[in-house]
Design a protein around this ligand. Structure first.
Ligand code: NAI
Length: 673
């Protein structure tokens, strides 16, 4: 008896093979689901219908991939290889069915889900923006293992297929049709009819053009492989992320010989998934899932958000909320101040939504509202005005009488503890922090801040709101700098101290990138704006007991504010830093990185001690998603555990004596304790 799959034959003798993984909101290819699929394929080969359509019964999408939880702690490559080969044989059985098969795709079709779709003769997808198709495996430190490398290359040619697998990006139905990854992209209401038509008409199966097929031939393959390797090495380093390089090696070695490709996939993926990098990336994926699930618990269905302050942050927060389907009113002191925000929002809608009717609808959802008429109707008011305690307090006093009963009041403050903002509020329990990061559309994390007076229900609603707009909520206690800015600051300050010691900015940045940070701290400071860095540093310095380097103050005083003023620690030309090529040995690079990263680690441990976040997993999640901390290292706490606690402890203890008081006095001692 099948629990997860169901076959239903219609009057045209088309068998609809429904997938509905029990006790799961999404369809995943678990070992049990795969075995059941095998028995269904067996039954279909005996009943010989006119055709088979694979269909998901989940509103969330087609199939999100393999069950990543099952990858945790895998240690035995031989056992993994056997499992992968079993899955490959099931997909091959589907492919061998002597009848037309169609994957009918709406919503997520990712990883193993796409590999299954590729084992069907045809694929049809909706044009809806929720449809996302791709191979995200490299993000987990592996590559497609259920025949995906064989079938995608056969269908698209090596260049397009490798591009898709190496980038890990996912595309919508229209783009998938243009690439020929799916045969048709149609409006949702026409999906079933399109699947039926493919079964009836049985058009010729798509193939890549001849010139693309020749790229897999023995003489050309090594050339393309070398090119791909060079391009990949520009983005990531092999020692940090072995999977994309492993994929290129696999194709270079086995391309053009399907049986060898299948075997090569199974053995390479088994080796990768049992290695430390994949295990850390899998951890990061599951941490992300945990943050996502935090917002699912409370029920809060806001429809209208009012944002006050249409500057960099408020404008972008308003745009993001409108993009995600909420009605948004945006208030500032004068209409002129909103012009930039509204134009930026339109640009975002064009980039993300593409279709004119969706762009128009999003434009309509975002309304400039300088009089603040939206306040009385909003389920949530987000304040994003200047970082000034008195101004924020005055604003709250003015607007509180107008809030709807039960409406939430949120502040985007990046450093002011909530307790300093509540005096004057009649209902302090309704104030929460929603600390978005810049740029809003790119940074997934929101620190959801709980003040001493914040109500439990209100806090749950704030988490739910973050989830509703498709961001990752991190619950943090109200305290100076919350989590992310607090751990970043000592790291940035150490970078500035290094500059003071005569180290070139290029070397400082290079060392951090070699460690695995997405961008060097000096360039990051320039990009954030040295005036903003200085103001956050000054606020935190007072709270944490450390001193801000004079050189930072001097630069700001001279109007060298970073990228926005074309000069900071770097000089900027057309918005890009002009960097000299300065040599840096591996040993020196490690020394520099250690000095900076140790500060971050020490402050992270202190945050855990202070209860800024509830546990070390949340701490790792916050620092990875908030600062980009080398994901392949699994987060600071994982890094401390994996790299010999004793060595790191000893180093952290040495951070302690700092006569100039440049760093938080407590961090070395606490972290080493
Ligand atoms: P901004 O200076 O770009 O924008 C502030 C806007 O608020 C201005 O347009 C101003 O006219 C408006 N405003 C001031 N008082 C007002 C009032 N009483 N009523 C209506 N509008 C008013 O500032 P930004 O950078 O957007 O920061 C806003 C908040 O977000 C601050 O609390 C800041 O700490 C926080 N934040 C900033 C980040 C950044 O990278 N810029 C990152 C995360 C948080």
């Amino acid at each position: 008896m099948n629990r997860h799959w169901r076959i239903q034959e219609d009057e045209n003798r088309i068998a609809w093979l429904h997938f509905d993984l029990q006790q799961s909101p999404v369809n995943l290819l678990t070992p049990e689901a795969l075995e059941e699929l095998d028995s269904c394929i067996d039954a279909l080969s005996r009943s010989a219908p006119a055709g088979v359509v694979l269909v998901s019964d989940k509103s969330s999408g087609f199939i999100a991939g393999a069950d990543v939880k099952g990858f945790v702690g895998l240690k035995d490559p031989a056992a993994v290889e056997r499992y992968v080969e079993r899955a490959q044989s099931i997909f091959s059985a589907l492919e061998r069915l002597p009848l037309p098969t169609v994957a009918m795709i709406h919503g997520f079709c990712l990883g193993g889900g796409l590999e299954l779709a590729l084992a069907c003769r045809y694929r049809v997808a909706t044009e809806d923006p929720v449809t996302r198709i791709g191979f995200p495996e490299v993000r987990l430190g592996i590559f497609p293992g259920f025949g995906g490398t064989v079938r995608s290359i056969r269908l698209l040619g090596a260049q397009a297929a490798m591009g898709l697998m190496l980038s890990g990006r996912n595309i919508d139905g229209g783009a998938a049709a243009r690439l020929k990854l799916v045969d048709l992209a149609v409006p949702r209401r026409q999906l079933m009819a399109a699947a039926r038509r493919l079964i009836m008409a049985q058009p010729a199966v798509a193939r890549p053009p001849w010139w693309s097929r020749t790229l897999t031939s023995a003489p050309l393959r090594p050339l393309l492989a070398t090119l791909l390797q060079r391009q990949t090495a520009k983005r990531v380093q092999r020692k940090h992320y072995p999977a994309p390089f492993g994929l290129i090696d696999h194709w270079r070695r086995n391309g053009g010989r399907p049986q060898q490709m299948y075997r090569g996939e199974a053995s390479a993926v088994a080796r990768l998934v049992t290695g430390p990098v994949a295990q850390n990336l899998i951890r990061v994926f599951l941490l992300q899932e945990r943050l996502r699930s935090l917002g699912r618990e409370a029920t809060f269905e806001p429809t209208h958000v009012h944002v006050i302050g249409g500057g960099i942050m408020g404008g972008d927060i308003a745009a993001w909320c409108a993009l995600k389907g909420l009605r948004v009113t945006l208030q500032d002191q004068t209409p002129e101040r909103l012009t930039g925000a509204i134009a930026r929002a339109h640009g975002l809608f064009v980039r993300k939504l593409r279709l004119p009717h969706l762009i128009r609808a999003a434009d309509d959802r975002l309304m400039p509202d300088c009089r603040g008429d939206g306040i009385t109707r909003a389920d949530l008011v987000v304040e994003a005005i200047y970082e000034d305690t008195t101004a924020k307090q005055a604003l709250y006093r003015k607007i509180e009488p107008w809030l709807k009963p039960g409406a939430l009041l949120a502040t985007n403050t990046s450093s002011i503890p909530l307790e300093r903002l509540t005096p004057g509020l009649l209902q302090p329990q309704r104030l929460v922090g929603l600390h978005f990061f810049n740029p809003v559309a790119r940074m997934q994390l929101i620190e959801v801040v709980k003040g001493r007076e914040t109500g439990e229900t209100e806090f749950g609603r704030a988490l739910a709101f973050a989830h509703r707009i498709d961001r990752l909520p991190l619950p943090v206690k109200s305290s100076p700098g919350f989590l992310v800015n607090r751990v970043l600051m000592p790291y940035l300050l150490e970078a500035i101290v290094l500059l003071g010691e005569g180290v070139a900015p290029e070397q400082v940045d290079q060392a951090a990138i070699q460690f695995g940070m997405p961008m060097g701290p000096v360039e990051l400071a320039d990009r954030v704006g040295l005036d903003i860095c200085l103001s956050v540093a000054e606020k935190l310095a007072g709270e944490l007991g450390c001193r801000v380097p004079e050189s930072l103050r001097e630069r700001v005083a001279q109007g060298e504010l970073g990228r926005k003023s074309n000069r900071g620690y770097y000089r900027y030309a057309q918005g890009r830093p002009v960097k000299a090529s300065v040599p840096l040995s591996e040993t020196r690079s490690e020394q520099l990185a250690t000095r900076m990263i140790d500060r971050l680690l020490a402050e992270a441990v202190a945050c855990l001690r202070d209860g800024v976040v509830a546990d070390s997993d949340l701490l790792d999640a916050g620092i990875i998603f908030g600062t980009g901390f080398a994901p392949f290292r699994g987060g600071p706490m994982r890094y401390i555990r994996e790299n010999g606690q004793d060595g790191i402890r000893q180093r952290l203890r040495q951070l302690e004596p700092d006569p100039e008081g440049r760093f938080p006095a407590h961090t070395g001692r606490e972290a080493a304790a």
